[in-house]
Design a protein around this ligand. Structure first.
Ligand SMILES: Cc1cc2nc3c(=O)[nH]c(=O)nc-3n(C[C@H](O)[C@H](O)[C@H](O)COP(=O)(O)O)c2cc1C
Length: 210
């Protein structure tokens, strides 16, 4: 047996013994155009080292203007997809086949724009289309300036996402640091060390991960 699949089986067994419902082996990460994108390698590494997850990534055009997709590629075992037409043999129609593959989709950092688009049913690029096509749980990790976060439209969009069954890692936890200032702020996503615990907490809250 291949070492990686042996490792997966052992983890699956432990998960079973611990009563885990959602065995997270395959994670689709969406990166949108928030400044937090420049730190994404730490979050990708946390997913792979803590869960042993296999990871594919979708980047928006804005994210790709902040961070080279070739850099992201070094930190995952899968591929980086930029456009709806980025077809591979395994993922012919990326928004359908990537989301069918994934146990979990996590959008980190989630810009105000991607939150607003998905909350309003807009699917005009690969990431927003995948978020709408996903059958697996989809978690948003919003990251933005606190004035943006506190806008009524933004708060409305976050409420809508929750009503529609999307999961949100609430921004501004105790460990949330805004990259541009180094200060803890209300609108920031969790630090990479708290990323997996926060994800597990929210999945557990849904009875998806015990
Ligand atoms: C340097 C820079 C940093 C930005 N940081 C953020 C941010 O932290 N959060 C946010 O919501 N938007 C941020 N924006 C604005 C988004 O990039 C912009 O709204 C974009 O349209 C988002 O597109 P996307 O959601 O398709 O990635 C930033 C823009 C720039 C140029």
């Amino acid at each position: 047996m291949h070492l990686k699949s042996l490792d997966g089986s052992i983890r699956a067994f432990h998960s079973f013994m611990e009563g885990t419902h959602l065995d997270i082996n395959k994670v689709l990460v969406g990166i949108s155009g928030s400044i937090g994108a420049v730190e994404i390698q730490n979050y990708l590494t946390a997913l792979r080292s803590t869960w042993g997850a296999s990871v594919h990534v979708i980047m928006t055009e804005s994210a790709a203007s902040m961070l080279q997709s070739s850099t992201v590629n070094y930190f995952i075992d899968g591929n980086v997809f930029l456009k709806s037409t980025d077809s591979t043999d395994q993922f012919k129609i990326p928004h359908i086949h990537l989301t069918a593959w994934a146990d979990l989709m996590v959008i980190i950092p989630a810009s105000a724009n991607i939150v607003g688009k998905v909350a309003n049913g807009i699917a005009d690029d690969l990431l927003s289309t995948a978020a709408m096509a996903a059958k697996c749980p989809v978690v948003f990790c919003p990251n933005m300036n606190e004035h943006m976060l506190n806008r009524p439209a933004m708060q409305r969009n976050l409420r809508r996402l929750k009503e529609d069954g999307y999961l949100i890692v609430e921004p501004g936890g105790e460990d949330a640091i805004q990259l541009s200032t180094g200060q803890r702020v209300q609108g920031a996503m969790p630090s990479y060390s708290q990323f997996i615990p926060r994800l597990e907490e929210i999945l557990r809250g849904q009875g998806l991960y015990v």
